[in-house]
Every structure is written in structure tokens, then in C-alpha cells.
Design a protein. Structure first.
Length: 275
């Protein structure tokens, strides 16, 4: 059976995680997420990554960049000193509020942020068609099907870049997988990146892929850990009351002094292509 564009389009659609309540989830997580990404180690890693992407894209002080699913502005604010203007958006209002606060704190006036859902964004109404020298989507569920991928391309007049986690080892989360039907979902986790690559190839682009290894540690309250891990597993499919209870109980066992500390080893993939 030949592998066609429709093959990967349907495979990607079949993957779709549950998006209901996503904005609310990230609104709740925004403060602690912002604290983590504003840490020195995280910022240094991101600075080097952004500089690498800017070199690949040939960006200069006159360039413009679009950051899809920008969160609290982490990549946008590292990119801003290298270019003329950065537009960032996110579905979660709390993330955008923090992005604006971070920009003010950093004295950055070249990064601009707004609340926006990429799936319904009108490029012509926004004045974004063929506007940006780089369109970046880093670890965001916003680019989740062929239409979203094509919209990235339509917004670019230069290059596009997607960054995705393709493999991770979590000291806590991996202990929870046995409590849910994880084997049924494991193969689906990295399917988004795989589908995007193959669709781009069949569209006539030649995406370059690089892999990056990184390790970090997180420290969350038990309440936030429950929110975070239940949301992760629910995004793969409905959880029964018994599964939710089991996950909550296991997290309590793994916590210490009301905190859940986790070590993470991750492999990310950077996919870059010119339009």
C-alpha cells in the first residue's frame, strides 16, 4: 500500500489528544512553569538553542519572527535581541500576562504577545500571510494537523521550525504508567513529529532534523503534580474513577513533605525547513 499525503494526514488526526480544558490547565500551571523557564540553567539552554535557530534561518536585525504557543515568552524574549520584531501568542491568557510581565522585566520592547488559538487564526485579518522570516512552534500542541502545518508555511516568507519531545524518561511519571492503559498510547506519543515530517516531504520540502539531549529536575506541590499528571494521561484518553484514584494515591506515596520531585531525561527533535 503506497504511503500518500492522506495516509499521514489521517494518521495525525487519529493521534489527536484531548484539547478540552487545555487553556484552563495552562492558566493554572503558568506561574510554576514560568518560574522554571526563568531559571538560569533553562535560560542558558534556550539562549544557545535560539541562537542556533537564528543562524540556520539567516535572521538579522530587520527580521520578524512568529512564536506559536509562546507560553510565558521564553523563546520570544531570547529571540527578540537578534531580530526586529517577535509576535508571540498562546491559548492561555495567564501565559500571555506573564509573557508581557517578563518582557517588561527584561526591558524588551520588540516582543509583542496576544491570546490566540492557532486553529482559528485568520492570517489575512492579522496581516500575517507571508510576513515572518521565521515561524517557530516549540513543544506546542497548537500544530496538530495538516491544516495547522500549512498555516505555518503560509505565514512564513523564509523558514519554519518545529521543536518536539520525541523521547523522555521521567522518574515519577514513568512509575504512573502501569496504572493506566499506557501501552495502547505509547506509539502515539511521537506520531505528531513523524506525520509532520512525512507530510512536509510529500509537499516537496526537505526538512532537516537534529536531535538534542537534555536533563533537568522539577519540584512541584502535590496539588500541581496531580493536575499535571492527570491532565497528561487524560489527554491520551478518558480515565476511569479508579484510575484517577490510583494515580492520586501513587503520587501521594511518591511525594515528600507535600512536594513531588522529578528527574527528567529528554530527547528533543528540531525540524527546520525553508519555504
Amino acid at each position: 500500500m503506497p504511503l500518500t499525503m492522506r495516509t499521514f494526514e489521517e494518521l495525525w488526526v487519529d493521534y489527536q489528544p484531548e484539547r478540552t480544558g487545555m487553556a484552563d490547565f495552562w492558566n493554572k500551571r503558568a506561574p510554576s512553569f514560568n518560574d522554571h523557564i526563568r531559571g538560569d540553567a533553562s535560560r542558558e539552554h534556550r539562549r544557545l538553542l535560539v541562537e542556533h535557530i537564528a543562524r540556520k534561518a539567516g535572521l538579522d536585525p530587520s527580521a520578524s519572527v512568529l512564536d506559536i504557543g509562546c507560553g510565558p515568552g521564553s523563546h520570544a524574549l531570547e529571540m527578540a535581541p537578534l531580530v526586529g520584531r517577535v509576535e508571540g501568542f498562546d491559548i492561555a491568557p495567564a501565559m500571555i500576562e506573564l509573557a508581557r510581565e517578563n518582557a517588561a522585566r527584561d526591558g524588551c520592547d520588540k516582543a509583542h504577545f496576544q491570546v490566540l488559538d492557532w486553529s482559528i487564526a485568520d492570517l489575512d485579518a492579522l496581516g500575517w500571510r507571508n510576513r515572518f522570516h521565521l515561524v517557530l512552534a516549540s513543544r506546542t500542541p497548537a500544530v496538530n494537523d495538516k491544516a495547522a502545518l500549512e498555516k505555518m508555511i503560509a505565514a512564513s516568507c523564509g523558514s519554519c521550525c518545529i521543536i518536539s519531545q520525541v523521547d523522555t524518561c521521567h522518574s515519577v511519571r514513568d512509575q504512573l504508567k502501569s496504572l493506566v492503559d499506557w501501552d495502547a498510547h505509547k506509539e502515539r506519543v511521537s506520531r505528531s513529529f513523524y506525520c509532520a515530517f512525512n507530510l512536509l516531504w510529500l509537499m516537496g520540502y526537505y526538512p532537516e532534523v537534529e536531535y538534542m539531549d537534555r536533563a533537568w529536575e522539577s519540584d512541584s506541590s502535590l496539588e500541581e503534580a496531580e493536575l499535571m499528571y492527570l491532565r497528561f494521561f487524560e489527554s491520551m484518553g478518558p480515565l476511569s474513577p479508579q484510575q484517577k484514584e490510583g494515580l492520586t494515591r501513587k503520587l501521594a506515596e511518591l511525594s515528600s513533605d507535600g512536594r513531588v520531585r522529578e528527574s527528567v531525561q529528554a530527547k528533543a527533535a528540531l525540524m527546520f525547513w525553508r519555504v
